[in-house]
Design a protein around this ligand. Structure first.
Ligand code: FDA
Length: 543
């Protein structure tokens, strides 16, 4: 597909607009100093489908505004009465409407936010300190699977669960490496990399993208050919809302066996959890075959005897039968004591439910965008290159036992396999060879009081500081999709600088940061697509 021209503005549509209710509400105020009115006026003038755009445009006069805004917010920390609210939310049903939103935000001088699944840890897809508009891609979620050539087109508003479900509907021998949680949006997930339980075999979601359609800062639509290879490189992991709005992605599906095996083993301290976690670090990335992924979830709970203990859940997905999994584990990790009873065979699509902790649910649960119980959370990430000693693990456990039960959680995601074979610069995601695993630190809570929030955020910050001795250094790496504004942010909107952005940019992207800045400078020199951690443009050559 070659370059696709942007929307024409039409005097006919303008005439339609002046008879619409929005015009009556805003005609008195849609002058140059009323960006809200100017935005709506522009939107109607630029939409070829005036009726339908009014049905998917919400401002605070609309009774469903709040429910549309709150629908996909995952982190309740940012769903408070005091959180900044958008002037307008548009949920387009067609790509040309999305183009109009981009163009009109720009023309009216409003800050722009794009949201797909709403899972951003810091709420960057629906918050802004200056007046803003949200383009919510909720209705753009078509998925077209082509079994013959093992590809699919997926629109950004689709969730990972919807993608898995549609693949499983068409084939029991194809899959796709994406996230563990089914409600995560494809738009944000792919923009930052996207990993899950078959990453060791096939890499990230972003490693398996072969084309995309993107709206640029002028509202023009491009495909891979017309956007060029530099921009196509940048959007596969360089972070969301930075280079444009990706409306759809073409992905390569991957072969999976008709039967895979999932197992969960729980071990407490009495059951040798510390030694098992310690040993796992030597095996999970470097010894297990690529077909096997074993992640650990660590938490601490009070037992029935009232004593606190660490709990280590070893979750394994094996792309093969139980017999083969047992053979692998008994030769490389016999201490775990995995038994046949711990294992369940199923199709790959069914395993996505198990991996998400939804065993026993029907496959249709994958299509449920409201599957998650929402809570308040503050999470962070790290990468580990050297095994952490048993003594240090015991120090870590002390943090768990000092905190309120269940207040801290760690998920250890094994690297190695295919992840170690892909070069750091093939796409912007740089965390490849040499990483044993990635840690996600989680603190989640349900009491929304300011005191509890402050206490939990502080707990997370202190724990992260403590962990600094045991993880990657120079830079202390982090995963951009586990967005963490504590590691640095841009100045006030529009005032981003290369120096400021380098602080967090090198942690997320290592040496790829400079190339991302070059691409940004070329495609969005006025920094229209921006947030607190978007790559800034700078005048070339780079400092
Ligand atoms: P959201 O809509 O909030 O977007 C995130 C960012 O991308 C924002 O900056 C937004 O503006 C931008 N953006 C969104 N759509 C865009 C588009 N179409 N074009 C350009 N920019 C766009 N990650 C992972 O790799 N593996 C996993 O298993 C999980 N699991 C997981 C579970 C839960 C419960 C949460 C809350 C998060 C995860 N994640 C994850 C992290 C997840 O990958 C990350 O939060 C993504 O950015 C979420 O994408 P959404 O589209 O849902 O978010």
């Amino acid at each position: 597909m070659a370059f696709i021209p942007s929307l024409p503005s039409s005097s006919f549509l303008a005439i339609l607009f002046i008879f619409s209710p929005y015009y009556l509400a805003y005609c008195a105020s849609s002058s140059g100093n009323d960006p809200h009115g100017a935005f709506l006026m522009c939107l109607y003038q630029n939409s070829t489908t005036t009726d339908s755009i009014s049905q998917v445009t919400y401002d605070q006069t609309n009774s469903t505004y709040s429910s549309v805004l709150d629908l996909s917010i995952q982190n309740l920390r940012f769903q408070t009465p005091n959180a900044p609210k958008p002037l307008v939310i548009v949920t387009p049903v067609a790509v040309d409407q999305a183009q109009a939103v981009v163009r009109c935000s720009r023309e009216s001088g409003l800050q722009f936010r794009v949201r797909s699944g709403g899972h951003d840890y810091e709420g960057l897809s629906y918050l802004s300190r200056v007046p803003f508009v949200i383009l919510d891609l909720l209705n753009l979620r078509k998925i077209t699977v082509n079994v013959e050539n093992a590809t699919a087109w997926v629109e950004s508003g689709a969730t990972v669960g919807e993608l898995y479900y549609r693949i499983g509907e068409k084939s029991n021998s194809l899959g796709f490496p994406a996230g563990v949680c089914p409600t995560v949006g494809v738009g944000g997930l792919f923009s930052g990399g996207g990993y899950g339980m078959i990453m060791r075999k096939y890499g990230l979601s972003a490693d398996n993208i072969i084309d995309a359609r993107i709206i640029d800062a002028d509202g023009k639509l491009h495909d891979r050919e017309s956007m060029g290879e530099d921009l196509f490189w940048a959007i596969r992991g360089g972070g969301g809302n930075t280079f444009g709005v990706v409306v759809s992605w073409r992905i390569s599906l991957v072969p999976v066996p008709k039967t895979v095996t999932f197992s969960t083993v729980l071990r407490t301290l009495d059951q040798n959890a510390t030694a098992l976690v310690h040993r796992w670090q030597y095996i999970a990335a470097n010894q297990f075959p690529d077909d096997l992924s074993m992640r650990i979830t660590l938490l601490s709970l009070d037992g029935t005897d009232g004593n606190r203990t660490m709990q280590a859940y070893f979750h394994t997905l094996y792309l093969g039968r139980t017999d083969d999994l047992l053979a692998v584990i008994s030769s490389s990790f016999p201490e775990l004591g995995l038994t046949r009873e711990d294992c369940t065979e199923m199709s790959w699509v069914n395993s996505t439910l198990y991996c998400a902790g939804l065993s026993g649910q029907p496959l249709e649960a994958l299509m449920n965008r409201s599957l998650n119980a929402k809570n308040y959370f503050k999470n962070k990430s790290d990468y580990v290159k050297e095994p952490i000693s048993e003594v240090a693990l015991e120090e870590i456990w002390k943090w768990f036992s000092r905190a309120e039960q269940g207040a801290l959680m760690m998920i250890l995601n094994p690297y190695g396999g295919r992840m170690g074979e892909i070069s750091e610069s093939v796409i912007p995601f740089p965390h490849r060879a040499g990483n044993l695993y990635e840690i996600q630190y989680i603190t989640a809570w349900t009491d929304g009081s300011a005191e509890v929030s402050a206490m939990r955020v502080s707990l997370m910050r202190q724990f992260y500081q403590f962990m600094g001795d045991y993880v990657s250094k120079s830079p202390r790496s982090a995963y951009v999709n586990y967005r963490d504004l504590d590691i640095g942010k841009n100045g006030d909107s529009g005032k981003t600088s290369y120096q400021e952005a380098s602080e967090w940019g090198r942690k997320y992207f290592h040496g790829n940061f400079d190339r991302l800045v070059k691409v940004k400078t070329a495609v969005d020199p006025t920094n229209f697509f921006r947030n607190e951690q978007s790559i800034p443009p700078v005048p070339l050559p780079l400092p």
